[in-house]
Design a binder for this molecule. Structure first.
Ligand code: HEM
Length: 628
């Protein structure tokens, strides 16, 4: 029998041997791939570096995500703290984070480190990406200092006073809407026209529409029209953002002006930009951060429906914002020419040109057409500063802190800050207000004291809170503070150790690049720090109360134990804006109404992603306080 292998090339040995060798090489290749995959998926190097830090055993690849599906993040982290102590690690997918549960550790690290950790998969491109990447929240070093300085004028006392009419106007609009709904429902029930349904509303959504109108209109200086004016039939259980966006989108068809277009785009970006509600590509990027570029390309080449909506909304937002910026420039160029012609003296340009704040007027007068940016709005301030900086220095670059020269902000940078103003200020404040309404509704003694204060400060039948009334709303402010303690909407903040450094905390070393979570929720409810920690007692924040002393936080963390707005130089820049808004909105609403919880709302269930919110909204019956 002839040797069938006889014709195989002699250099490769016997054909069987060659085949075996090839198979061996394929097997070795597979084994190598498998080992790399296991190394990639399980990340043993990172595990090794964090090996001394205790923490729950997560599943391969998914880490603790299954536990986080079953339980809201603040509660899961609280239960981990009880098991593992004040410093522990958690795997979010393949991303390891270290959590500091102790209030004093949070304070120390929050003050010491100056950069936030990045955990979100950013799937943007082009101009929108340039906008997002330049936001204050993401910046560090001298750029952060320059941006932070550029934000400051928006929260100066004069600016805050200018926003007040917008805040009270929007709250009054919402109060009247809820009052009318309650009265109509009562009338219909009396005449037997309706069966059930009553005037129950989702207060969280209502407040979401209102806060979007406040921050959106303040940021861009055009009317956002996002307070719901008609019910969202069959709108399901989407988020407050979705409803606000849907309402604006519904109205946004046709010739509606900048405000409605922006509100519609923002609503869709909030909803579909989140890994929870958005495209599966975003969730995959959370699990496999190293594949982000590949997934980004795939998402743009083969987009699913949610990704398409997101991309379109981002493009619409960009186009509208840059159009607004162009119209602002156009208008100011024309004004400068008139100035130059009229006088040879120094031109009065920039933010100083508009001594009055026209945001409130713009947003409550129905202005929102293609009439441009209101003076005093955040966009106007940012563009004005830039123009002022350029001209004030005779065309040179603006000078920032510490004598460092900075180039004036680009259009993309300005647009990024304005968009962050909405991102950071809308849902946080809506959630804070919804939690406050829940706490008031479950504490009748608090409600009656609040009503007493509101009636005392605002005796006129249609009176809205003015600037001089704010200091007199001390109990209202204490209610907001105590609701923020029990239910901090930003339930955690984060920091990251800078490259080349290691942080030692609680006896553990945390290497550079590992995100550090500071869960404010846990610190706010620590019974070792807070007397009667789980009780809602606004008297903790009321100096004049006889209970005040006995309710103060104890121990080393005492001074910064209440930190709903974070710590140190990275603390929330908008906290005065948020506190003013929350206070005047409560006073304006409770001036006309009280709210009764619908059955099944107690105890309150929460859900949490970046912010903490009432799960499935907050269903209440508005009860008018006077006969209409
Ligand atoms: C109740 C409402 C709000 C809460 C609970 C809240 C909470 C927070 C927290 C916890 C941080 C992180 C602080 C840290 O890391 O130490 C933060 C940052 C920030 N907040 Fe707020 N915030 C609220 C409203 C607002 C508003 C209304 C605005 C703007 C209009 C705003 C703008 C910002 C910005 C720009 C940052 C980033 C600051 C930086 O990185 O330097 N926030 N906020």
């Amino acid at each position: 029998m002839s040797n069938v292998f006889a014709n195989w090339p002699s250099g490769s040995g016997a054909p069987l041997g060659g085949l075996l060798r090839s198979l061996g090489m394929v097997a070795a290749g597979f084994a190598l791939l498998l080992v790399s995959l296991i190394i990639y998926l399980l990340d043993p190097i990172k595990r090794w570096r964090l090996r001394k830090i205790p923490g729950p055993r997560g599943r391969p690849v998914l880490g603790c995500l299954p536990q986080l599906r079953a339980q809201p993040m603040p509660l899961f982290l609280q239960s981990c703290a009880q098991t593992y102590g004040p410093v522990f690690k958690v795997a979010l997918g393949r991303k390891w984070v270290v959590v500091l549960a102790d209030a004093e550790m949070q304070r120390q690290v929050g003050f010491k480190l100056r950069a936030h950790a990045r955990t979100d998969p950013d799937f943007s491109r082009g101009r929108y990406h340039a906008m997002l990447s330049s936001m204050l929240l993401r910046a560090s070093g001298s750029t952060w200092r320059q941006l932070r300085a550029a934000w400051q004028p928006a929260f100066a006392p004069a600016s805050l006073a200018g926003y007040l009419p917008l805040m009270t106007g929007c709250a009054d609009q919402l109060a009247r809407r809820l009052e009318a709904k309650a009265t109509a429902a009562a009338g219909a029930t009396a005449s037997g026209a309706t069966a059930g349904g009553g005037s129950s509303v989702d207060m969280w959504r209502e407040l979401g529409g209102m806060t979007l109108q406040v921050v959106g209109s303040t940021a861009y200086g055009v009317d956002f029209h996002s307070i719901n004016e008609e019910d969202q039939a069959g709108s399901g259980s989407g988020s407050a953002t979705a409803t606000a966006g849907a309402t604006a989108a519904a109205k946004g068809r046709g010739d509606d002006g900048y405000g409605k277009q922006l509100a519609a785009a923002c609503g869709q970006i909030f909803r579909y930009g989140s890994p929870v509600h958005g495209s599966p590509y975003l969730r995959l990027a959370m699990l496999f951060p190293e594949l982000r570029s590949l997934l980004l390309t795939l998402a743009h080449t083969l987009p699913d429906e949610k990704f398409t909506i997101l991309t379109k909304a981002r493009t619409r937002l960009c186009n509208t914002v840059f159009q607004l910026i162009d119209s602002w420039k156009e208008q100011h160029r024309a004004e400068a020419e008139i100035d130059a012609a009229a006088s040879s003296g120094k031109p009065d340009v920039g933010a100083g040109r508009h001594s009055s704040n026209g945001v409130g007027a713009a947003a409550t007068s129905g202005r929102g057409g293609l009439s441009g940016v209101a003076p005093g709005s955040f966009l106007d301030l940012m563009l004005g500063q830039r123009q002022g900086g350029e001209r004030g220095s005779g065309g040179k670059k603006a000078e920032g802190e510490e004598g460092v020269e900075h180039a004036p902000l680009t259009d993309e940078q300005v647009a990024g800050q304005v968009q962050l103003f909405i991102l950071a200020g809308y849902e946080t404040t809506a959630n804070a207000l919804a939690f406050a309404v829940y706490c008031i509704a479950t504490h009748p003694e608090v409600e009656s004291r609040l009503l007493h204060e509101v009636d005392d400060v605002l005796p006129g039948s249609d009176q809205l809170p003015g600037e001089s009334d704010l200091p007199r709303l001390a109990y209202t402010e204490a209610v907001v503070n105590e609701a923020l303690r029990l239910f901090p909407p930003a339930h955690l903040t984060s920091r990251v150790v800078p490259p080349g450094e290691t942080l030692t905390v609680g006896g553990f070393n945390i290497p550079a690049g590992i995100p550090i979570f500071l869960p404010l929720y846990i610190a706010h409810r620590d019974p070792a720090v807070w007397p009667r920690a789980d009780e809602f007692l606004p008297e903790r924040f009321l100096h004049s109360s006889p209970l005040y002393e006995s309710l103060q936080p104890r121990g080393a963390a005492q001074q910064h134990a209440h930190a709903p707005f974070g710590y140190g130089s990275r603390m929330c820049i908008g906290y005065k804006f948020a506190m003013q808004e929350a206070k005047v909105v409560l006073a304006t609403l409770y001036r006309r109404l009280t709210f009764t919880l619908e059955p099944g709302q107690q105890p309150l269930q929460v859900e949490a992603s970046l912010t903490m919110a009432p799960r499935g909204g907050l269903r209440v019956m508005p009860v008018p306080r006077r006969k209409l």
